[in-house]
Design a protein around this ligand. Structure first.
Ligand code: URA
Length: 489
């Protein structure tokens, strides 16, 4: 039933939920095709019950609505903003775009600016969610699962659930927020209604573990209180077990820095030998040079588990293959997996991956829609005590691994490749490239593939000087925005 105060001459669109972008998009298309003006539409969200079915006319036969593709992606992001006026605002933009197709490029336009501000807020909120969700363990054995409570500013749970599936595939977890919850049972993702903070467990073993973990990874030598406070706004502190340690860690920074230098941080994964046995020793291994081309990415990934094309397989835990949709328009290529990627079996999940994810988010590039891989698929390192120190792959190792990367490209057929650093550029272009000089440029290969050159995100991690680090981060963000533009073009 329509609320009585609504003017019945207006069209009222009922969306199923605050995040019903598909419903908005369908309604907006039909309304625009029927020339229904923004001011004649009321947008409502049904609160749980089935929304009243508004009979929206289909457009005139054969009529097509043409709006820039870029708008749909940007509108989908802005749609997660908590602004209740967003449905009407986005329809107004769509309405204007029909007559002003270049509107999105007019930075001085108030609507364009508003869209950008909304997108930024949603991306920043997503970034915070990635960084500050903390799981607490409940149950043991077969009942073990992890629950987190988080309070985002915007409606971002649905949008970010896949990120947590990728990061915590092996755990059963639930993220509760006031607006919606996400539940992963190891195989299936379910989005449910909002919850109360009291529904999430407060204190337990995991909290202690988190504290230990945080104390260990906390690097007092690099402590920058302002930056930390900026990255970890007080609002989130109350849900972070490690927040109670911050004052002590700040106070003891110098002593801790000296102690840390003497400490040996990483050891090979305890399950290293087990994973090796599973992947190599029990498999029928293809002889080097004998691998058959695969027909799909999963087949190729399976074949790569037994790769012995160069000696790096001996010491690594496992092959770290590329990840992402088989129809991705863009492939990002890094150098080689690092310590954490070697253990997780996934590319870009360690410190460089976190920098990469944060900047992609900020640039509006959805990592779930792109394919991410490495020029070399095994971790190359020098053992130093219990540590495994990253060692740059040589040209022979890069060449040996081209077998895999060439097939990834042949199967995915992307429109664009992004070379993250010199090793990736060498792999993609077959020659050494001065990356810092050529960053931001697109080189077209003989086979027509466009390769965008930029630095590796670990370069930002290595810079100690704060101003320089921030400037480099900005430059990389600019590069990623350009990648987004090229993806949309
Ligand atoms: N650096 C890379 O180049 N690739 C990864 O997967 C991680 C770090």
């Amino acid at each position: 039933m329509r609320p009585a105060e609504l003017d019945l001459a207006r069209h009222t669109v009922w969306l199923e939920s605050e995040t019903d972008f598909a419903g908005w998009r369908d309604a907006a298309r039909r309304l625009a095709l029927n020339e229904i003006r923004p001011e004649d539409i009321g947008w409502r969200v049904a609160d749980g019950s089935d929304p009243p079915r508004d009979i929206l006319p289909d457009g005139p036969h054969g009529a097509q609505l043409v709006v820039p593709r870029e708008f749909i992606g940007r509108a989908e992001t802005a749609f997660c903003h908590r602004d209740p006026g967003r449905f009407a605002f986005l329809y107004r933009m769509l309405w204007r775009l029909r007559a002003e197709p270049k509107l999105l490029a007019i930075a001085s336009d108030a609507d364009t600016r508003r869209l950008e501000t909304m997108e930024k807020a949603v991306r920043r909120d997503s970034h915070k969610m990635h960084a500050f969700v903390r799981f607490r363990k409940i149950g043991d054995g077969a009942d073990e699962r992890y629950v987190a409570w988080f309070e985002p500013d915007h409606f971002i749970v649905e949008r970010n659930a896949d990120f947590f599936v990728r990061r915590f595939t092996g755990m059963r977890w639930t993220i509760l927020t006031p607006h919606a919850s996400a539940d992963w049972d190891g195989e299936r993702l379910a989005i449910g209604p909002g919850a109360n903070k009291e529904d999430a467990p407060a204190e337990d073993d995991t909290e202690t573990l988190w504290r230990t973990y945080f104390e260990n990874i906390f690097n007092p030598a690099r402590l920058k209180v302002k930056a930390m406070q900026k990255e970890m706004p007080k609002k989130y502190w109350r849900n972070l077990p490690e927040a109670s340690l911050i004052p002590d860690l700040i106070a003891g920074a110098d002593k801790a820095a000296i102690a840390m230098i003497a400490r040996m941080p990483t050891t090979p994964a305890p399950h290293h030998a087990k994973v090796q046995a599973k992947h190599w020793l029990k498999r029928e291994l293809p002889e080097a040079g004998d691998d058959k081309a695969a027909n799909t990415i999963p087949e190729l990934r399976e074949a790569a588990k037994g790769c012995r094309r160069c000696p790096l397989w001996r010491d690594a835990t496992q092959t770290v293959f590329g990840e992402g949709p088989a129809g991705a328009k863009v492939i990002f290529v890094g150098e080689q997996p690092g310590d954490q990627e070697d253990i997780a079996g996934k590319p870009f999940v360690g410190p460089a991956g976190k920098v990469f994810d944060g900047i992609l988010d900020e640039a509006g590039v959805d990592r779930q829609k792109v394919y991410v891989t490495n020029a070399v698929k095994h971790f190359k390192f020098e053992p130093r005590g219990k540590r495994r120190i990253h060692s740059k792959p040589n040209a022979g190792e890069v060449q040996a691994c081209r077998w895999w990367i060439d097939q990834e490209f042949a199967l995915i057929k992307p429109e664009l490749a992004v070379a993250l650093g010199a090793t990736a550029a060498l792999s993609l272009l077959g020659k050494a490239i001065p990356v810092t000089k050529m960053r931001g440029q697109v080189i077209e290969r003989e086979d027509g593939l466009r390769v965008f050159i930029t630095i590796h995100p670990s370069f930002i991690l290595r810079i100690q000087e704060p101003v320089e680090k921030e400037a480099e981060r900005e430059r990389f963000l600019r590069d990623m925005r350009e990648v987004r533009r090229l993806m949309a073009a």
